[in-house]
Ligand binder design. Sequence first.
Ligand SMILES: Cc1cc2nc3c(=O)[nH]c(=O)nc-3n(C[C@H](O)[C@H](O)[C@H](O)COP(=O)(O)OP(=O)(O)OC[C@H]3O[C@@H](n4cnc5c(N)ncnc54)[C@H](O)[C@@H]3O)c2cc1C
Length: 375
Amino acid sequence: MSKFYNEMVGFAQANVAPHTKKVDDEACFPEESFKAILGSKKTGLLVPEAFGGQGKGLTEHAEAVMALAESCATTGLCYMMHNVATMCIVLFGSDEMKKKFLPKIASGEVLFALAYSETGTGTHFYLPEITVAKDKENYVLNGRKSFVTSAEYADYYLVLSNSADTEGLDNWIIPKDAKGLSFQREAWNGLGMRGNASMPMLLENVTLDGSYRIGDAGSGQAQVFNVVAPFFVTGLACVYAGVANNACATVVEHAKTRKYTDGTMLAAIPTVQNHLAEIYTKAAGAKHFALAAAKAGSEGSADALAQIIAARLNASDAAVEVCTKAMKIGGGTAYAKRLPLERLLRDSLAAAVMAPSTDVLSIWLGKALTDQPIP
Ligand SMILES: Cc1cc2nc3c(=O)[nH]c(=O)nc-3n(C[C@H](O)[C@H](O)[C@H](O)COP(=O)(O)OP(=O)(O)OC[C@H]3O[C@@H](n4cnc5c(N)ncnc54)[C@H](O)[C@@H]3O)c2cc1C
């Protein structure tokens, strides 16, 4: 593993892991973890050096997200979404927009989130239905976004809409304090990923001028498929590979330390050894496939898209399978929540439903492999 990944693991163990239990127990946003992330300027990972950032790409994004998720899936997911938003500005923002936002992202002053999904189009988050009306030089947005991770905590929210100026989609930056923006906190009580704060967001006559639109009018679709797709889908692969590896490490440790009256350890039972072997194989496979897919994406390999989608599908299945099997090895101790395995199992179940969901992505993969347009 790279020096950067190992440093991120050390950072996460020191600054993120101590808060993970509380974040789940109290369903509270990992504020302490994000204080450390912002304070150490990790928000600027993808910001070019010219704007004060670290100028890194998809590989480091994957490594950073995985390292954080190995300590706390919620923190990894919220950080991943911030990076996706950053990359939209880096690759599509005007010079003026870059000068306005990138230095603040690099210095850890601001956090971004993605407000894309809507109830009407569900997992197809790239099909927005909120309305945008033009009012002289301004744009007036109305509607509701259904799940917004980091809601109320992020300083800015990326919102997709149909364009009021042309065919296609627009990708907007909406400040948290914009008049007419509000959140429905009571609507988030997740089974897992409980600290995400993934609540609905209401837009009531939110009025923006054109400088808040990322890129040209109608470029939203290109942003979704060139930026959001690779960085988001890779990010999800890494979050759930992180969950699988956390469960693997937890259950291996338990199998070594849980002793019976005669002094033998749980791990001495051949059936348990079989299960541990399967758990490790799946968890390590998810990790290395996700990192390899990120490398393929950063190198522009011909099959990068297929690898990234496949890595996300693989990690999503692996996380659920590893956590389920780990619960069995953890016995009543795990069931009684004396081990964090039940939390990891709950977290893992989000993998299949997060957009684009695994059912939708597997259709896309079939199309990508046979040169058919997606979605
Ligand atoms: C923990 C968590 C965090 C989230 N964070 C964010 C966020 O920050 N920003 C954001 O924009 N969204 C976020 N979401 C929303 C998420 O990305 C999905 O949009 C949302 O979960 C869709 O829920 P739904 O009930 O509308 O699903 P539905 O669209 O009703 O789907 C239900 C099921 O039907 C399947 N399905 C639907 N259409 C098809 C099809 N054409 N082919 C095959 N299968 C299909 C889906 O795969 C799914 O299994 C989050 C969701 C969760 C759970």
